[in-house]
Design a binder for this molecule. Sequence first.
Ligand code: BV8
Ligand code: ZN
Length: 250
Amino acid sequence: MKDRDLEKKLDSVQSRLYESQRVVVLTGAGISAESGMPTFRGKDGLWRRYRAEELATPEAFARDSKLVWEFYNWRRTLLQPLRPNPAHLALAQLERQIPQFTLITQNIDDLHRLAGSKNILELHGNIWRVRCTKCGKITEDRRVPLPELPLCSECQGLLRPDVVWFGESLDPEILRKAYQALDSCQMMLVIGTSGIVQPAASMGLHAKQAGAYVVEINLEPTPNSRFFDVSLLGKAGELVPRLVKSAENL
Ligand code: BV8
Ligand code: ZN
């Protein structure tokens, strides 16, 4: 049984959501945890003796592209059979019910799209896309696993994952759309993110300063919790569906 305080918070967040015209959601690895995808900083975040920050960098790729590709092939192999969980599905439902709904995700796992979300801003790219390091060609390639060192079908250049690595800039057009939504939203949900990696980590505060009501959903408090209006502690797969009204109750 959820504590009474949480129930009351959930009810008030739900009614505020359905009174809003413009809503932004920011998600992190925590929303995919219940689909079976390890998060970055959770206990299962380690991969062999490396951390993602040491492998998801252009320097690591230049130094040892085979190892970096092993890291991404391991994640692609893990991810391929996984399905969206109730939290992903609930956000896709919310998008259909709220007039202006923008989903900003840090995740590269494509699970929001699989769940039916449409208006998605993928801040850090997508693990199923590859980019040629020579001619820049971007293609979707769902082979699992990819060859050890995948080459471009056009120019035989070495392919890389089409994701944003640490130290790389985010797509300016995606950032422009994200801040446009953050500047004009009335409400924002920040779900399953530890609030460490910039610029995503400051987006909740940005929306707050622009006048939005900001709700955090996480297993535990984060460094950003104190800036937000409400912090709902619990599993995204349980709490997010609780915020969605069924069609007949709209
Ligand atoms: C940039 C794609 C301008 C790849 C990712 C020094 C040199 C260079 C840069 C920097 C520097 N110092 C700081 C920086 C900036 C750097 C940064 O922020 N570093 C951090 C480590 C301090 N940022 C960048 O480099 C960005 N670019 O700033 O460009 C620039 C250019 C040049 C030089 C300087 C600046 C690019 C960052 C993008 C990196 N790419 N991903 C890949 O995935 O392989 S980041 C990756 O890690 C994710 O995308 C995500 O963003 C982050 C992980 O965070 P979370 O998603 O929050 O996941 P985490 O595991 O941490 O937390 C999970 C949370 O969920 C927890 O809170 C947990 O409690 C909760 N949870 C778990 N289960 C559940 C749950 N909640 C609810 N329900 C559950 N069931
Ligand atoms: Zn090429």
